[in-house]
Ligand binder design. Structure first.
Ligand code: AMP
Length: 270
């Protein structure tokens, strides 16, 4: 596995592969877990070369969000990446990605301003911009995104279509802990009590899914179950169509940590 910290090093590592190499990219913010592993394993099965980026992107954090507290452990991440069969890691500094004078941003209208975009103004501008930069830098044939961040994946897919980028976006199902909680780097920030309360989120989504199958109101069913867990403060619980699939999506706060999750109501993620 080759680890690169600068764009120059990344280009040097990619150069010998030549144009048209079958590269799969897994963009992450590090603090790697089983959700990231699922993306890497899929990329490993489908691509000749697997590239993993690790970059806590300040542009997608708003003022007062958890940029400083966001977990970081590059040493451990590199051990895991190697173990999962990653070929190339790109872990740049903030200055490398946003040098002085940086002034160009990608705004995906519509999708960029709803749900997570409404709750976190500017978040998706940061996401779209860093993804476009990573796609330009790595030149992957496919890029892998998790269903857990379904809106992010739909937004990136929109950008790929709108800007005629030559790569395929692959969506990978959400990896969960034994008790159903979606794996997330932010789970590390939860106290024992918050972690216990967080289990209500997947349970509420599952109740919503059952209600939907029975012809009922998915969001209402999820809302009423979540209302029983006083330690979680719901932000939104909504049914939305994203990139041709229908999801029940929810965001909640456990203490000062914001958690998101979703289940599919219609359509499939293979
Ligand atoms: P992050 O490091 O949180 O920015 O996530 C990097 C990528 O991993 C994104 O495409 C996420 O959707 C994906 N991801 C995060 N958690 C999970 C999970 N539990 N299951 C599947 N994919 C995930």
């Amino acid at each position: 596995m080759t680890t690169t910290r600068t764009i120059h090093e990344l280009r040097k590592a990619l150069d010998p592969l030549g144009a048209g190499a079958d590269v799969g990219l897994v963009p992450t913010m590090g603090a790697l877990h089983g959700g990231h592993e699922a993306l890497v394993r899929r990329a490993r099965a489908e691509c000749d070369v697997v590239a993993l980026s690790i970059f806590v992107n300040p542009a997608q954090f708003g003022p007062g969000e958890d940029l400083e507290r966001y977990p970081r452990d590059l040493e451990q991440d590199l051990l895991l990446a190697e173990d999962w069969g990653v070929d190339l890691v790109f872990a740049p500094s903030v200055e490398e990605m946003y040098p002085e004078g940086f002034a160009t941003w990608v705004d995906v209208e519509g999708l960029g301003g709803t749900l997570e975009g409404a709750a976190r103004p500017g978040h998706f501008r940061g996401v779209a911009t860093v993804c476009l930069k990573l796609f330009n830098l790595v030149g992957p044939r496919r890029a892998y995104f998790g269903q857990k961040d379904a809106q992010q994946a739909a937004l990136v897919e929109r950008m790929v279509r709108d800007l005629n980028l030559e790569l395929e976006i692959r969506l990978v199902p959400t990896a969960r802990d034994e008790d159903g909680l979606a794996l997330s780097s932010r789970n590390e920030l939860l106290s024992t009590e918050e972690r216990e309360a967080a289990r209500a989120l997947p349970r509420a989504l599952a109740a919503g899914e059952r209600a939907h199958r029975a012809g009922g109101d998915a969001a209402e069913a999820a809302r009423s179950l979540l209302a029983e867990e006083r330690r979680l403060r719901p932000d939104y619980i909504r049914v939305e169509r994203l990139d041709g699939r229908v999801y029940l999506l929810a965001a909640v706060r456990a203490g000062s940590t914001r958690l998101i999750d979703n289940v599919l109501l219609e359509g499939a993620v293979e």
